[in-house]
Ligand binder design. Structure first.
Ligand SMILES: [Zn+2]
Length: 55
């Protein structure tokens, strides 16, 4: 399915998160919402992911 979609910025494969309600790009640390099964990859929908730390 759309799991093979690439990041609009770096073209890395997007990863589904949270029961496929969001997709994320690890290299960019950005995520986008998935609405009715369709990733909304518009720039205005991109959300910066918090840095992953040791906790
Ligand atoms: Zn990216």
């Amino acid at each position: 399915m759309w799991a093979v979609l690439g990041c609009p910025h770096c073209k890395a494969p997007l990863q589904a998160q949270e029961a496929q309600t969001r997709v994320t790009c690890a290299p960019c640390r950005l995520s986008w919402p998935v609405e009715e099964g369709i990733p909304r990859l518009a720039p205005e929908h991109a959300v910066a992911e918090p840095p992953v730390s040791g906790t």
